[in-house]
Write a protein that binds this ligand. Structure first.
Ligand code: ZN
Length: 284
């Protein structure tokens, strides 16, 4: 996918990197070698690296241009950040993502809104950048839209993600705290999808009869379409995560909704289809 046109809305991936990261067993209690084996044939090599057995998981943002606004959904790992898990994702001097944004024809000052599906390290890193030893907002003219309960939970932990990625945009008065079902207008709105984190949201786009949904981390790998009951062990609430994922999959299965994923392998975007008692993904 280069640019996906949805009526008057255009959507473009801005990729930070795409590499094999985790073994399925590091993510899911259920992912024993025996349980993964039947899926290897359709997952390899695109979604599961045959050499390492690790899941190929890009880190990416979506650049959304409507008639009125220039919007980013999520901002990847970022540059110079102190956190380091997993180490493969944290390449402290890699500005490839910012270069890719500029190559898409957008300067940081052009961004009107940044929507954060949640505040994990790989989704809000480029919220800020380091200039002369100080963290400043990467997008000086943007409002950063964050679900209020997601913000509160992250603020109360006061960890590195918050200090480096959120505190500086808060001090710059660029944060807009919203309810989990906030609507910017009739073209872009949030859907509460808690489970991965307490305030995790999906971002919906609509123009005429065209629809898309950026699902954030309510699922991480196409393996979860075949095994929708598998939730990562690090979820805020594993049972809630499973419930949210199944509800989302049922709602968009065999529909025209284009699902924009966070970590499915390139091209990362497609439709959810039914496959027996579970689901599959047809890439656009
Ligand atoms: Zn993620």
């Amino acid at each position: 996918m280069t640019v996906l046109q949805l009526g008057d809305i255009s959507v473009q991936r801005i990729v930070e990197h795409e590499i094999p990261v985790y073994h399925p067993s590091e993510f899911f209690d259920e992912a024993t070698p025996e349980a993964v084996e039947p899926h290897r044939e359709w997952l390899e090599p695109k979604a599961l690296c045959p050499q390492t057995g690790r899941m190929v998981m890009p880190v990416l943002s979506y650049l959304v241009r409507t008639r009125h606004h220039c919007i980013l959904i999520d901002t990847c790992v970022g540059c110079h950040k102190s956190y380091s898990d997993p180490p493969e994702w944290h390449q402290p001097h890699n500005e490839a993502w910012l270069n890719n944004l500029v190559a898409a024809g957008v300067q940081p000052e052009d961004i009107d809104y940044v929507f954060c599906t949640h505040l994990h390290s790989d989704h809000c890193g480029w919220n800020t950048r380091l200039v002369d030893g100080r963290w400043i907002p990467t997008f000086p003219n943007a409002k950063y839209v964050i679900a209020r309960n997601e913000f509160q939970a992250t603020a109360s932990e006061n960890g590195l993600y918050f200090i480096e990625n959120v505190q500086p945009i808060l001090e710059a008065k660029q944060v807009v705290l919203v309810d989990m079902d906030y609507a910017l207008d009739d073209e872009i709105w949030l859907e509460p999808t808690p489970g991965h984190t307490v305030g995790h949201v999906a971002v919906h786009l609509k123009s005429g009869s065209h629809r898309a949904a950026m699902c954030g981390d309510l699922m991480h790998t196409p393996l979860q379409l075949a095994e929708p009951g598998w939730s990562p062990t690090f979820e805020y609430d594993m049972a809630l995560s499973t419930n949210t994922r199944k509800t989302f999959l049922d709602a968009h299965c065999e529909t025209d909704t284009v699902v924009l994923t966070s970590h499915f392998p390139s091209p990362s975007v497609g439709h959810i289809v039914s496959r027996g008692n579970s689901y599959d993904f047809t890439y656009v």
